[in-house]
Design a protein around this ligand. Structure first.
Ligand code: UDP
Ligand code: MG
Length: 328
């Protein structure tokens, strides 16, 4: 018998359509785990409303008013998926021994949470949920995701492939995670970096139950760029290497020009000059862009601003959070 407290952290951004279904499934699951004494009766489902502009907060507070097992916190503005997860983990940490993060759309199979807990009992501090197949994702999402994981691997960023943010973490692991104070967070990379004992649990990813994806192409690209640039400085080094190669090419060209001069051969034409000018100009700009990306990151980190602001909490008896907006 295990009497550890489990908090299931669910980030929600404009998820009013899917939340009633999600809440039903998670409540049944948690009640069952508690009834079978897999986890303690203090366990909760913790919804983090990431500054939604729809009815999400009402749906969540209604759920919390009917069940003590449901807790919620609201971020004042949309702070992004990763920050919403962190806010939830930080709020859960004083209360929970085990924390599981899962998306509100339940594309990840919450049925494997029990297997995750089994892995935790066997001494793993981190258990990754790994998608077996991505049949329900669009062709585009599958291909770009595969390219992204491959690139990350080549850039030495170690993250479990096909693992999104469906993951179990022990209190110990979350406490360590909180020591990473950076703003540009790429949780799945950092968690791997921490080096705790970990295991993988495999599941089939299903389609979104309702509502639309909150990760349009633009957000996906910026997430990928963040993931790469906050873990690896290889792109900057690659730009440097490119510069060295270009210098070498320029030297060869100089040698050629000298030979051409002394052998009185015709000077090469206009096209080659224009071409190389544009080509090198493009490379320089690209290099500046890469360097700029890192400088931008430094600028953001140096300001050391808070990552999110909690506006209200429900069913979370944490002395530190304001009671003004709390209903309990
Ligand atoms: N999400 C969030 N803040 C955001 C964007 C997304 O909290 O700014 C949440 C969203 O509500 C969902 C999870 O992050 O629970 C994953 O988003 P989604 O399912 O839309 O992404 P996809 O599965 O399409 O990659
Ligand atoms: Mg989803």
């Amino acid at each position: 018998m295990l009497n550890d407290t489990l908090y299931i952290v669910v980030p929600c951004y404009n998820e009013q359509e899917v939340l009633p279904m999600t809440n039903k499934r998670l409540t049944v699951l948690l009640d069952d785990l508690v009834a079978r004494e897999k986890v303690s009766g203090n366990s909760r489902i913790l919804y983090v409303d990431d500054g939604s502009t729809d009815d999400t907060w009402n749906v969540v507070t209604n759920a919390a008013s009917t069940s003590q097992r449901v807790a919620a916190l609201k971020l004042t503005v949309n702070s992004g998926h990763q920050n919403a997860l962190l806010a939830g983990l930080e709020a859960a940490l004083p209360h929970a021994h085990i924390m599981v993060t899962i998306d509100a759309d339940l594309q990840d199979d919450c049925g494997v949470i029990e297997r995750m807990i089994d892995c935790y009992e066997q001494g793993n501090d981190v258990v990754f949920g790994v998608r077996r197949a991505r049949k329900t994702d669009s062709w585009f999402k599958r291909v770009t995701a595969r390219m992204f994981y491959r690139l990350m691997h080549r850039l030495d960023v170690r993250s479990a492939p096909n693992h999104a943010d469906f993951r179990l973490m022990s209190g110990r692991a979350v406490a360590q995670l909180m020591r990473y104070r950076e703003r540009n967070l790429f949780l799945r990379g950092i968690v791997t970096l921490m080096g705790f004992n970990s295991a993988c649990v495999y599941y089939d990813r299903s389609a979104r139950m309702a509502g639309k994806s909150k990760y349009p192409l633009g957000k996906m690209v910026s997430f990928a760029v963040d993931g790469i640039t906050s873990f690896s400085i290889r792109p900057v080094r690659m730009v440097f290497t490119l510069g060295v190669i270009f210098l070498f090419i320029a030297l060869c060209m100089l040698a050629y020009a000298l030979i051409a001069h002394f052998t009185h051969r015709a000077v090469s034409g206009w096209a080659s000059i224009m071409l190389s000018m544009w080509f090198i100009g493009g490379c320089v700009l690209m290099g500046l862009g890469v360097v700029g990306e890192y400088i931008g990151k430094i600028y953001i980190e140096v300001k050391d601003r808070p990552r999110y602001h909690v506006g209200a909490t429900v069913n979370l008896n944490n002395e530190k959070t304001s009671t003004k907006n709390s209903t309990i």
